[in-house]
Design a protein around this ligand. Structure first.
Ligand SMILES: [Zn+2]
Length: 70
């Protein structure tokens, strides 16, 4: 018998071992924790903002440009 405590990730229901190497327990990963907290979309926006930080002022023009190319 294993004495390891396991929990199911609330987001994806994957088995997560409750131990120091699972810092996001009861979630299997940072991503699942963020999804559960409803912050995943927010993080995506932050990453996008950092990538396009010099383009923010022209954002509406860029969007229009994309539509034209489609
Ligand atoms: Zn998960």
């Amino acid at each position: 018998m294993s004495d390891k405590l396991t929990v199911k990730c609330p987001t994806c229901h994957k088995i997560v071992i409750w131990q120091e190497s699972s810092p996001y327990r009861p979630f299997c990963s940072k991503r699942c924790r963020l999804i559960d907290l409803g912050e995943w979309a927010g993080e995506e926006k932050r990453i996008s903002s950092q990538r396009n930080i010099s383009e923010i002022d022209d954002w509406s023009e860029i969007s229009d440009d994309h539509d034209i190319k489609k």
